[in-house]
Write a protein of this length. Structure first.
Length: 254
């Protein structure tokens, strides 16, 4: 046991860790990869801000009895009421609401611009285009994976890559007894979110698909809840993505 924390003790600990044979090192990203990931982070921030504005508009309009179904595209149905002559919202309140609407429109324009930038980079990246052949992996997920995972050789296997993303069960085993809990949620939360969202979309089609994946999904759904199955499918997608990056191939439907 090493006592006292100081620069010398920290340097000694780093030197000791570097010499360990089983240490996992992080790949150094290029400036191009960092730039693409910055596009993703900026887009994610703007989407969250747009969601905040939509929720605020819904809450304010609900106070005057104006409601609509959930979803970003449904907010436009609410805003139509503000343009009606019979609108029951006072002019003072309409002024405040119009301010929020202008901000939301500006955010949507910026999100669209960032989407175009991401698609442009996708068309220039061979790895991203190969990843996009996987069901449930769109342009956003493919570009995020290609920019984040610069060198797939840093992972010994596809399972280690899935574990790095936090898509494997948390282990609490002892005395020869295996106890597996929920997923660890370690690693990159943004990539994990994209993979789970994509897997959830694929799940609806996979139930009817006459493929090995469809059969596997139907078998899981017999005893597991849909959300757990979508996470399991995201784990499978992550493993396929690692194999495609490591072998330089494209996805083949099974």
């Amino acid at each position: 046991m090493k006592r006292q924390k100081n620069d010398m003790a920290d340097a000694e600990a780093i030197c000791e860790a570097v010499n360990r044979p089983n240490m996992h090192f992080v790949a150094i990203k290029s400036t191009d990869q960092q730039a693409v990931l910055m596009l993703h982070r900026a887009r994610d921030l703007l989407v969250r801000q747009r969601t905040m504005l939509i929720n605020a508009l819904r809450a304010y309009l609900a106070e005057f009895g104006i409601v609509a179904a959930r979803g970003p595209h449904k907010i436009r149905e609410l805003l139509i009421h503000l343009q009606d002559d019979s609108c029951s919202v006072p002019e003072v309140a309409q002024s405040a609401l119009q301010s929020l609407i202008r901000q939301m429109d500006g955010l949507e324009d910026e999100i669209s611009r960032l989407d175009r930038e991401i698609r442009t980079w996708h068309r220039q990246s061979e790895a991203s285009q190969r990843l996009a052949t996987i069901p449930g992996v769109g342009v956003l997920t493919a570009t995020a994976l290609a920019a984040t995972v610069g060198d797939p050789a840093l992972f010994r296997s596809a399972r280690q890559f899935a574990a790095w993303l936090g898509l494997v069960p948390r282990q609490n085993s002892s005395g020869g007894k295996e106890r597996l809990g929920r997923i660890t949620k370690m690693g990159d939360a943004y990539l994990r979110k994209l993979l789970v969202i994509g897997a959830t979309a694929v799940l609806r089609r996979a139930i009817q698909a006459q493929t090995r994946t469809g059969e596997w999904v139907r078998h899981l759904l017999e005893s597991k809840p849909p959300r757990l199955v979508s996470v399991a499918l995201a784990n499978k997608t992550a493993r396929i993505a690692w194999a495609i990056l490591a072998k330089g191939e494209t996805h083949r439907t099974a």
